[in-house]
Write a protein that binds this ligand. Structure first.
Ligand SMILES: [Zn+2]
Length: 266
């Protein structure tokens, strides 16, 4: 069965992982800009990273017949330094015309600090100015609900942002309704140790009739599993989901959201 990995940090992964994902039915991977395992101390470091995810990762993916798309920003974890963040944001427009770039992301909050919020607002303005889709990271654990509210308010306060063109990722039971009820898309991240287990994700899909939701593995620098989506598809089958309803979540929903960018062609 085909699926799309809508949020995977392949710079943290080996080439063998691309092969395993292709064997499991993956047809496309989408890579939001994020923390790369260490704090970069210059805008030049981000320039090279943007080249990596717009020029080099697509070639690595193509060796296994996989499409690779990317999103650009300075992530909230490194956005505490406002001058660095401003310098990185200034680099982004020249990359927006690259053929695999879908939008601005993953922006958001990490510790809900004042500087993070300032840089979040600058990214929202950048997305509005260039008519880009937006992918949002929400903070972990106890800060999640507060951070999600702050992010949704910042997005709704901007007249040019359409919630249907924004996905709020890493939702959990206490934030999913907040996101979907206001017209945004929601992403669920399947992690072995935190965030969402397959069964919790499937419970949420059943409660919300799988509308405007996608699932991803993140497969980032931390403990994570690049095959978390196909493993959850197997759990869905065991719980009685039909082939069609599984395909809707793991294939058609990501296409419906990312297809709003004309560059998202499989
Ligand atoms: Zn991520």
């Amino acid at each position: 069965m085909k699926y799309i990995e809508p949020h995977g940090h392949m710079v943290s992964r080996t080439t063998d992982d691309y092969e395993r994902m292709a064997l499991a039915g993956c047809v496309a991977i989408c890579e939001p800009a994020f923390w790369a395992g260490f704090d970069r101390n210059s805008a030049q470091g981000f320039y090279d990273y943007f080249r990596q995810i717009t020029e080099y990762e697509p070639k690595r993916a193509a060796r296994f017949g996989l499409k690779h798309f990317s999103w650009l920003c300075i992530n909230p974890k490194e956005a505490e330094d406002v001058q660095l963040a401003d310098d990185v944001i200034a680099l982004i427009p020249e990359f927006l015309n690259k053929p695999n770039v879908l939008g601005i992301g993953e922006i958001g909050l990490n510790k809900n600090s004042r500087n993070e919020l300032l840089i979040l607002e600058k990214h929202i303005q950048l997305a509005a100015d260039h008519d880009q889709l937006v992918l949002v990271h929400t903070p972990h654990l106890e800060d999640k609900r507060k951070g999600t509210r702050l992010i949704l308010d910042a997005l709704k306060n901007h007249a040019k942002i359409n919630p249907e063109r924004v996905i709020i990722d890493h939702v959990e039971e206490h934030t999913i309704d907040l996101v979907l009820d206001q017209g945004f898309w929601a992403g669920m991240t399947l992690y072995p140790e935190s965030k969402c287990s397959p069964h919790r994700a499937i419970d949420m899909l059943e409660q919300r009739q799988a509308e405007h939701i996608w699932m991803n593995s993140a497969c980032d620098w931390g403990v994570s599993d690049p095959l978390a989506v196909p493993k959850t598809m197997l759990e869905m089958r065991k719980r009685g989901w039909s082939q069609e309803s599984i395909q809707r979540v793991v294939f058609e929903n990501p296409i419906a959201f990312m297809g709003q960018c004309e560059k998202f062609v499989l």
